[in-house]
Design a protein around this ligand. Sequence first.
Ligand code: Y12
Ligand code: CO
Length: 174
Amino acid sequence: MIREIITYPDKRLYQQSKKVENFDKELHQLLDDMYETMIAKNGIGLAAIQIAVPLNALLILLPDENDEQKKENLHEVINPKIIEKKGSIVYQEGCLSVPDYYDDVKRADWIAVEYFDRNGNKIVKECNELLAVAFQHEMDHLQGHLFIERLSYLKRKKFEKEWKKKQRAKKKQS
Ligand code: Y12
Ligand code: CO
């Protein structure tokens, strides 16, 4: 089932998500719904809190060299922890919970991350470049953070100005 994505400035996005304790049918349904929602909304990553479920679960599905999102490349990530990180990369990020705004964010360009799959199997993965950016962006959601909080003061002001302008335009239309 496609679920509603909550968007800035919804307070629920700022809460800390909780550890997944049960790798059961309910978790599998959540992951399936997250996948359907992410694909329907043209996302490449989604955290459970973005559909208002405060659990440490996230998905990442990067497009391949033919720009296709193949389900076999899906990362289903439960209770992730970054165990090592290095380097830095600046990437223009976007987020389904912050529609229509993209900006440069600096993050580590290599990470080693430990997590569990939907059946509770432990996985240790090394990621670089876009995959490392995506893991860090999605893991920020689990801590209640949005990428716009990582912008410089001036860029954050620019975001807020644009957001207020869009709200006024929407109000005028209705
Ligand atoms: C690099 C940077 C950010 C991430 C996190 C995952 N981000 C997304 O999946 C963003 C998706 C997104 C999709 C949008 O919709 C369309 O393009 C049709 C979009 O546009 C609007 O909302 C109008 C914005 C963001 C991973 C890796
Ligand atoms: Co996001």
